[in-house]
Design a protein around this ligand. Structure first.
Ligand code: ATP
Ligand code: MG
Length: 404
C-alpha cells in the first residue's frame, strides 16, 4: 500500500510535530482490494485543535465535527477527514455514544470501529491490523469487531452498513454477525431515517442487492415496508444500477401505487426527485407499450425525462408475472423510441416550427386558444397529418379554426 502524495504531506506534518498519524477505514480497505479509494480518512494522536494549528500553514482546515475530534483539511482540492484517536463512551440511545474520550492509543481507536475490514490502519511502513481484517478481506467476509450483538445494540446503523458492505463488495456476512443482525434488527428503529437511507441507496445500487434483500428482508422491511416476491428479485437482476429504476421495480412488483411508494420513500427521507420519478414509474408501468412509430412519439411526448427509466423498468420486468407483455415487446418499444430519437421526430412544443407569436400574428388567437392550437398541431405532427414546417402548420391551423 502507498500514500496518496497530498495525504502524505499532511501525515508528515503531524508526525514531525510528534503525533502518531495513520490512514484508516475505507481508504485502507479499498487499497488492499486494489481499488482506488474515493476519499482518505486519517486518525491521529493530535487533539483536533493541534491538528488544525499544525496543518493550517499547509492548507485550509475546517472544524467539521470537533465534538468527536474531527477536522477536515482540504489539500490540493481534496478533502481529508482527520479524527483524533478516540474511545467511544457508553451508547445510550442506539445512535450516538454518550461521550467520547480521546486517546493516544491507536489500537483502542481501531477497537471502536464497526467491521474488521474497516479497522485496519496504515502508517506508511506497514499495516496495523489487530482484528484480522486482512484475513477477512481475503476471505470476503464482513465481521464485527468484538461481540456483534453488543456492537449492533450500541449503534443500529451498523446493521444496514453490514448489508451495504456485503452488497458493494460482494462479501458474505460471517455467521455470528449475521445472526446478531437478525436478533438486533429492532435497534434500527432508533436510527435517523436519513442515515439508513444513505446506506440503503448504496446497497440497492449493486449487483448483489437482490441476494441481500432476500436474505435480510426481515431487517429491510422495518424501514421499507413492502412485500418482496420472486418477481422483485428477477426484476432487480435484470435492472441497471440506477436507484429510481430499482425502487420502481420493487414498488411495481409489490403492487404499490405511485402515492403509496411516494409515502414510503418520503418517510425514508429519500430525495424528492427520486420519490417523484419512482411514483411516476409505478403509476405508468401498466400502460400499453408503444407498438408503432406514432405511438413511440406520443410515448416520448407524454413521458419526457422518464422515457429511458420506463423502458428500463419494462425490460427488467418483461420476464416476470408482474406485467403482461413479453421481452420482445419491450425490446421493440425501445427500438421504436430510439429510431424516433435518431430521426429527431418532433415530440415537444418547442420542436414545432411555429410558436405562440406566429400563431397570434397569423390567426388572431390569444391566451388559452394559442396553447390549445399548439397542442393540436403537435398531435397532428406526431400523427403525420401535417409536416412540421411553418407554412404547412399555419395552413393546417387556419383550416382547423375555420371548421370550428
Ligand atoms: P466508504 O467511504 O467507502 O463508504 P468507509 O468504510 O470509509 O466506506 P465511512 O462511513 O466513510 O465508511 O466511515 C469511515 C470509517 O469509520 C469506517 O471504515 C469505520 O472504521 C468507521 N465507522 C463509520 N461508521 C461507523 C459506525 N457506525 N460504527 C463504527 N465505526 C464506524
Ligand atoms: Mg469513507
Amino acid at each position: 500500500m502507498e500514500w496518496n502524495v497530498s495525504v502524505q504531506r499532511l501525515v508528515r506534518a503531524l508526525r514531525t510535530a510528534g503525533y502518531d498519524t495513520v490512514a484508516v477505514g475505507g481508504c485502507v480497505r479499498d487499497c488492499l482490494l486494489s481499488k482506488e479509494p474515493h476519499d482518505w480518512d486519517l486518525a491521529t494522536a493530535a487533539p483536533w485543535y493541534e491538528t488544525k494549528r499544525i496543518l493550517s500553514p499547509l492548507c485550509s482546515v475546517y472544524e467539521t465535527g470537533v465534538a468527536h475530534g474531527t477536522v477536515t483539511a482540504v489539500i490540493d482540492g481534496m478533502p481529508v477527514e482527520i479524527t483524533t484517536f478516540r474511545i467511544d463512551g457508553i451508547y445510550q440511545d442506539g445512535r450516538h455514544p454518550k461521550s467520547v474520550t480521546f486517546t493516544t492509543d491507536l489500537r483502542k481507536d481501531l477497537a471502536r470501529r464497526d467491521f474488521t475490514i474497516n479497522a485496519i490502519a496504515f502508517d506508511g511502513k506497514g499495516l496495523i491490523d489487530p482484528f484480522g481484517g486482512q484475513e477477512d478481506l481475503k476471505k470476503g467476509i464482513i465481521r464485527c469487531v468484538g461481540n456483534p450483538d453488543d456492537r449492533f445494540f450500541e449503534d443500529g446503523l451498523r446493521i444496514v452498513r453490514a448489508l451495504r458492505f456485503a452488497a458493494t463488495l460482494s462479501f458474505s456476512i460471517e455467521q455470528e454477525t449475521e445472526q446478531a443482525i437478525h436478533r438486533q434488527k429492532n435497534r434500527l428503529r432508533l436510527v435517523a431515517s436519513e442515515r439508513i437511507c444513505g446506506e440503503f441507496i448504496r446497497l440497492l445500487c449493486t449487483n448483489d442487492a437482490g441476494k441481500i434483500l432476500y436474505s435480510y428482508w426481515d431487517v429491510i422491511h422495518l424501514f421499507f415496508p413492502v412485500t418482496l416476491s420472486k418477481d422483485t428479485l428477477q426484476g432487480l437482476q435484470c435492472a441497471p444500477l440506477d436507484l429510481s429504476i430499482r425502487l420502481a421495480i420493487i414498488g411495481i412488483c409489490a403492487q404499490k401505487t405511485g402515492d403509496q411508494m411516494n409515502l414510503i420513500l418520503r418517510n425514508l427521507r429519500m430525495e424528492r426527485c427520486v420519490c417523484k420519478e419512482v411514483s411516476f414509474l409505478c403509476d405508468h408501468a401498466h400502460m400499453p407499450l408503444p407498438r408503432t412509430r406514432i405511438e413511440a412519439r406520443k410515448f416520448r411526448a407524454a413521458f419526457g425525462v422518464y422515457v429511458q427509466p420506463m423502458l428500463a423498468v419494462w425490460r427488467a420486468l418483461a420476464k416476470t408475472k408482474s406485467v403482461s407483455f413479453s421481452l420482445e415487446d419491450a425490446i421493440e418499444a425501445q427500438r421504436l423510441v430510439e429510431q424516433s430519437q435518431l430521426q429527431k421526430d418532433c415530440v415537444t412544443r418547442q420542436m414545432l416550427a411555429v410558436d405562440g407569436n406566429d400563431i397570434c400574428r397569423e390567426t388572431n388567437q390569444s391566451g388559452r386558444q394559442i396553447s390549445e392550437a399548439i397542442s393540436l398541431l403537435l398531435t397532428a405532427v406526431m400523427e403525420e397529418r401535417v409536416q412540421n414546417t411553418k407554412d404547412a402548420l399555419l395552413e393546417y391551423l387556419k383550416k382547423a379554426i375555420a371548421r370550428q
